[in-house]
Design a protein around this ligand. Sequence first.
Ligand code: ST9
Ligand code: ZN
Ligand code: ZN
Length: 345
Amino acid sequence: MTSTSTIVTARSQKPAPASSAAEPAAPPEFVDDRPPVDDIFDTTYAEKEGAKPPMRLVWRNIVLMAALHLSAVYAVILVPFAKPLTWLWAAFCFLLSALGVTAGAHRLWSHRSYTASTPLKVFLAISNSMAFQNHIYEWARDHRVHHKFSETDADPHNAKRGFFFSHVGWLMVRKHPDVIEKGKKLDLSDLKADPVVMFQRKYYKPSVVLMCFVLPTFVPWYYWGETFWTAYFVAAILRYTLVLNATWLVNSAAHMFGNRPYDIFINPRENRFVAFGAIGEGFHNYHHTFPYDYSTSEYGWRGNLTTFFIDTMCWLGLASNCKKVSQEVILARRRRTGDGSIRSG
Ligand code: ST9
Ligand code: ZN
Ligand code: ZN
């Protein structure tokens, strides 16, 4: 009962070779009165010439990130001593926080690839606070800049600056001025008009303390007598660190390793290992080619728990209007700009 609309627009960052398989014109069945999302690659942007601005380290973030990762290593040692219910709970919290990012900040708010009812939005915003990856407004703003100026100075996690920078390094330095300059020109009116996004932004800090740290620790301690210490390190710290790294791998690994069946002129790749860890977000060549597709892949539920979740929400009547690229367009695009590979990853 998935409510899916087929749309067929497409773009390429570089002039693509001519092809006889023309992409058909769009039957825009998807109902959305708002202006299109500002996430389409801007071919007119040119990096400024001359020396790049110096990198300015943010020591506070470096220290906090190092401390978090050291604590996560310690948490791994505690895992065998935790109760099985605590493992299950940590896995559940992983899934919940992941969905807050994938189905929420990413597919719903950054790309508006489907419509969510208010109860679903509230659920996704709460789950998003559990993921503690900046509030939805900031996340979606930075992500739109990433798509629009991908792999340039104006991309917050420009993968041309290397694996470490695109993975976590970008959170340890001041942003390139072009990120902020270009980001300020984006149309974010849809996010500003969304009361759930604005509410989460206003109460972001307390919501993170509660959802990312207090709740994951409290439940195992209170309900099945896990030690406070183990509950905190396994369900809060380790789970948080794993979700962060699974997300960051989309920016690093999925921009470097994998094949490019849809567009060989862009760097993002199909990476099935990343797709597994990031519950469906590793089909990144597809996603940068068709950023408005609610499934971020042509393969439905395969390796894509997020699509299964959104489809279930549609079935329950909590989501609708899922944008989907037609097979005809995908095939034409594969022939026109793809690398000829069949399977993803
Ligand atoms: C984290 C985020 O981890 C992760 C995002 C990943 C995205 C992945 C995408 C991949 C696809 C989806 C896959 C999902 C898979 C999920 C799988 C799950 C299993 N436009 O920021 P400031 C303005 S967060 C316009 O301080 P600095 C800004 O508004 C982790 N304006 O820049 C402000 O203006 P004003 C926890 C912008 O000083 C001013 O500029 N958090 C933009 O350069 C200064 O902003 C952290 O670790 C823009 N794009 O600092 C660190 N950007 O003053 C959090 C900025 O007027 N961040 N502005 O309000 C920071 O500490 C800092 O941002 C910084 C840069 C140090 C990184
Ligand atoms: Zn990307
Ligand atoms: Zn995206």
